[in-house]
Design a protein around this ligand. Structure first.
Ligand SMILES: [Zn+2]
Length: 407
C-alpha cells in the first residue's frame, strides 16, 4: 500500500525524486532514473523537471512519480554493488527476495524489495492508464534511442517520439525491470539518452520527460513550454532517425576482464564484414557480415560486449500489426511441432526438429518472443495476450494509429 506514511518515508529516504498529484483525473506516469548507479543523467533530468513543475502553475491531470533506482550504487557512481539491479526482476527471484528476511539480502535485492513495494502500491492506489519510463545511458557514444518489448501498445506509444526504436532486446536479457512491468501488461518504455557523462544525455532526458507528459495527457500540450523545441531537440540528437530496429546478435560475456572492445565504435554505426570489433581471450572478434553495431561496451561492468541490429522494414511492422489484430497466432498450435506450453495459452512450445521451417522472425511477426529451453525446444511467449490494450483504448495515440491502420 502506498499510504501517506509510506510515501513520506520514500521521500525521506530520497527514493522519490518527485511526486505530483493533479486536481483532475488522468494517467499515472512512473519515471525511473539511476537503476544503474553510473547513469546519473536520468536522475538529474527528473530533478530538473520536477523543480520546474513545482514552480507552476500547471493544471496536471493524473499523477506522476520520479523514482531513484539503485541508491547505494548511485552514491558510489558504479553500475551496481553486488548484482545488476536491471537483471533480477524475474518472478521466481522476486518471490524469493520477498520471502527472505532483510539481513539475508544483497544490496540490489534490498533495492528491488523497496522499489517493488512502491510500484505495487502505485498500481493499487492510482488509476490507469499507466506509463512506465526507465532512463538509461550507455558507455559508448550513441544516438538517443528507445527500447521496448514488442507489444503493439508499446510500439504505438514509442513511435510518437522522434528517435530510433529497438524492439525485443528483452529476449536477450534476463530480468530487466521493464520486462516485469510489461508482463503485467502496461506501457513500458526504456529511453537511453546518450553517453553516461555527456551533458546532452541530461538534456535529451529532460525533453523526453516533457514530451511524455504531453503525449500521455498528464499536461496539455499547450502547457508544456517549448514543446516543439523539445521535440526538435530529440529529432536532431537522433539525426532524424526514427526507424525500428531488431537485435540480431548479442555478444555475451562470461568475464569482462577477457574482453576489450576496439576503440571508437558508437551505437548505430554501420560496419562491414571482416571489421575487427573486439579482442576476447587474445583473439579478434570480426563482423561475420555487414551489420549495424549497437551498445558496444566501454566500461568494466556489464554482461554484454556488444549487440548487432538490423532495420525492421515498414512492411514487416505493418504485416505484424495486422496479423496480431486478426489473432492469427491463436491458430499456430495446430501446426506440426507446435503446442501450447501452458493452460493459459500465453506461451507456445516449439519442437525445432519438427517445426524447423518456422524461423524466429516468423514468430516475432506474431508477437511471440523466444526463450530457448534446450537444443530442440524453445518456448514462445505472446506479448499481445498479456498487454492491457483496454486500458489504453481511449487514448488519442492508440486511436490515431489504429485508424491509420499502421502499427
Ligand atoms: Zn543502464
Amino acid at each position: 500500500m502506498i499510504t501517506d506514511l509510506n510515501l513520506q518515508k520514500a521521500i525521506k529516504t530520497k527514493r522519490i525524486i518527485g511526486h505530483i498529484k493533479g486536481d483532475l483525473p488522468g494517467p499515472t506516469l512512473i519515471f525511473f532514473g539511476g537503476i544503474h548507479g553510473n547513469e546519473q543523467s536520468g536522475v538529474t533530468a527528473l530533478e530538473h523537471v520536477f523543480k520546474a513543475l513545482g514552480k507552476g502553475p500547471f493544471s496536471c491531470k493524473g499523477s506522476v512519480y520520479g523514482i531513484r533506482g539503485n541508491i547505494p550504487a548511485l552514491s558510489k557512481g558504479k553500475r551496481f554493488v553486488d548484482k545488476d539491479l536491471n537483471r533480477i526482476w524475474t518472478h521466481s527471484r522476486i518471490d524469493n527476495i520477498n520471502a527472505r528476511s532483510k539481513d539475508q539480502l544483497s544490496v540490489e535485492e534490498k533495492e528491488l524489495e523497496t522499489i517493488y513495494a512502491l510500484i505495487s502500491g502505485i498500481l493499487e492506489n492510482e488509476k490507469g492508464p499507466f506509463y512506465f519510463i526507465d532512463f538509461h545511458t550507455t558507455s559508448s557514444k550513441t544516438l538517443p534511442f528507445i527500447t521496448i518489448n514488442d507489444a503493439l501498445i508499446n510500439r504505438r506509444f514509442a513511435k510518437l517520439f522522434p528517435v530510433p526504436i529497438i524492439l525485443g532486446i528483452e529476449e536477450y536479457l534476463e530480468g530487466p525491470l521493464l520486462s516485469y512491468i510489461n508482463e503485467k501488461g502496461y506501457v513500458a518504455v526504456g529511453f537511453e539518452s546518450g553517453q553516461h557523462t555527456e551533458e546532452a544525455s541530461i538534456k535529451n532526458s529532460i525533453s523526453f520527460t516533457w514530451l511524455t507528459m504531453a503525449f500521455s495527457g498528464f499536461l496539455n500540450r499547450a502547457e508544456v513550454k517549448n514543446f516543439k523545441k523539445h521535440y526538435k531537440k530529440l529529432q536532431k540528437s537522433a539525426q532524424y532517425n526514427a526507424n525500428f530496429y531488431e537485435i540480431t546478435y548479442r555478444h555475451r560475456l562470461s568475464d569482462t576482464k577477457d574482453f576489450k572492445m576496439m576503440e571508437g565504435f558508437r551505437s548505430f554505426e554501420e560496419i562491414l564484414e571482416g571489421t575487427p570489433l573486439a579482442i576476447e581471450k587474445d583473439e579478434f572478434i570480426k563482423a561475420e557480415k555487414d551489420s549495424i553495431i549497437f551498445m558496444p561496451l566501454y566500461q568494466e561492468q556489464g554482461e554484454e560486449g556488444f549487440f548487432l541490429i538490423r532495420k525492421t522494414p515498414i512492411w514487416a511492422l505493418t504485416l505484424s500489426a495486422f496479423l496480431r489484430r486478426s489473432n492469427f497466432g491463436a491458430l499456430l498450435h495446430i501446426l506440426p511441432g507446435v503446442s501450447w506450453a501452458n493452460k493459459e495459452k500465453q506461451s507456445l512450445l516449439v519442437n525445432t526438429k519438427v517445426a524447423h521451417f518456422f524461423t524466429k522472425p516468423f514468430f516475432h511477426l506474431l508477437g511471440y518472443r523466444n526463450r530457448v529451453l534446450d537444443k530442440t525446444h524453445f518456448a514462445m511467449n505472446n506479448r499481445e495476450l498479456t498487454a492491457k490494450n483496454e486500458m489504453y483504448r481511449n487514448t488519442w495515440w492508440y486511436r490515431i494509429t489504429t485508424n491509420k491502420s499502421i502499427k
